[in-house]
Write a protein that binds this ligand. Structure first.
Ligand code: ZN
Length: 197
């Protein structure tokens, strides 16, 4: 049950353009408070919470066991008011740095797991290095302590890649979790085209 609620639902804006993925739990809340409708990917029919709650899960289909009923799991919802597109700028945050650097230490190349990776300021903060895409990389604990408050040159270490702001569309991340039915709304070309905002 919990795992189903944490699965992704594709969220479209009012014009049926993909905006992001939300958890099934979040999608149901949006549905319940009438901010969204479920889209049936087969016939593009839309359902309000009331309509959706009346449907029974098909045999073999995942479902949510609520107190008094079984709910079908929405794979795609469309927002009733929101018509904007997400910003094309990739947010500078820990999660996206991990993604950009592929959970890999940028000095020695190991992938020890997120617990064992730290954010390293290439030019140390102590020397005026800023927290920016082009100055922050992942480093394993060992490389991090070896480098300490020095630049790579000062520490005799080399970066595998020069850090840059990722170019990917924020929606690109959805590729990892894409569900069959999403392909109708999210074309391959869509992923590769730069968003106009
Ligand atoms: Zn390392």
């Amino acid at each position: 049950m919990t795992r189903i609620l944490e699965q992704p639902t594709l969220v479209l804006n009012r014009n049926w353009q993909p905006v992001h993925a939300a958890t099934v739990a979040r999608a149901l809340v949006l549905l319940w408070n009438q901010s969204a409708r479920v889209v049936d990917p087969d016939d593009y029919q839309t359902y309000t919470w009331e309509d959706w709650a009346k449907l029974r899960p098909l045999a073999g289909e995942p479902f949510i066991q609520a107190v008094t009923m079984r709910l079908r799991v929405p794979e795609v919802v469309t927002l009733t008011e929101y018509d904007r597109l997400p910003s094309a700028v990739v947010t500078f945050n820990r999660r996206n740095i991990f993604k950009r650097d592929r959970f890999t230490c940028q000095y020695c190349g190991i992938q020890p797991g997120s617990e064992q990776l730290t954010l390293d300021h290439v030019k140390p903060r102590a020397q005026g290095g800023e927290s920016r895409w082009d100055n922050c990389v992942l480093a394993c604990l060992e490389c991090n302590s070896r480098k300490a408050d020095r630049t790579p040159e000062q520490a005799g270490m080399r970066l595998k890649h020069k850090p840059v702001r990722p170019k990917w569309n924020p929606l690109y991340a959805l590729r990892d979790v894409r569900i069959e039915s999403w392909s109708k709304f999210v074309s391959e070309a869509y992923w590769n085209v730069a968003l106009e905002v």
